[in-house]
Design a protein. Structure first.
Length: 173
């Protein structure tokens, strides 16, 4: 049986760059988002296996925006993040990427209004209506912090943070 050209290509080891660029949609043009069409992490950031190193049978998985940076701009300094200007996790256009520290990436996220706040945060234990009720009770002087903490099953510190607007700042009383 004679193998087809596609089967031969499949058997042939392809470089990371070759595997990478065949899964990128560049139809948006040079200034647009180049979307990763391959595998993703929980439907968000693209992922691809690096070439195996040493005795590895399979290479380690890497996020595609980091691979795009390395393929187009070179190594990523230790401790640096590859951040998106466009805020599109599947975008791999190096013109849309920048290097920053973890703190810079978080500040960028917050400045663009993408940080989880209130009950959209994974750690929130209260609902907005509860926070508003707590603020009204505190303003009226009807309840003590410890009473509210016990009633809502949160710490006194959480109630203080609500009172002094260190948390739930975005919510009006």
């Amino acid at each position: 049986m004679i193998a087809t050209e596609t089967e031969i290509q499949r058997r042939k080891k392809r470089s990371l760059a070759e595997r990478f660029w065949t899964r990128v949609d560049t139809s948006a043009g040079e200034e647009g988002c180049w979307l990763w069409l391959g595998s993703t992490l929980r439907g968000r950031y693209g992922q691809i296996r690096r070439d195996p190193e040493g005795r590895e049978l399979r290479g380690k998985k890497a996020t595609t925006h980091r691979v795009a940076w390395e393929l187009t701009r070179g190594p990523i300094p230790a401790g640096m993040h590859v951040c998106h200007l466009c805020d599109n996790p599947r975008c791999v256009n190096s013109k849309h990427l920048w290097l920053g520290t973890h703190a810079e990436n978080l500040a960028d996220m917050k400045a663009k209004g993408r940080a989880a706040r209130g009950d959209s945060s994974g750690t929130a234990r209260l609902k907005p209506a509860q926070v508003q009720a707590i603020r009204k009770l505190l303003a009226a002087g009807r309840c003590h912090l410890t009473d509210l903490a016990q009633l809502t099953n949160v710490s006194v510190g959480t109630i203080e943070n609500i009172k002094y607007r260190k948390s739930w700042r975005h919510l009006d009383a």
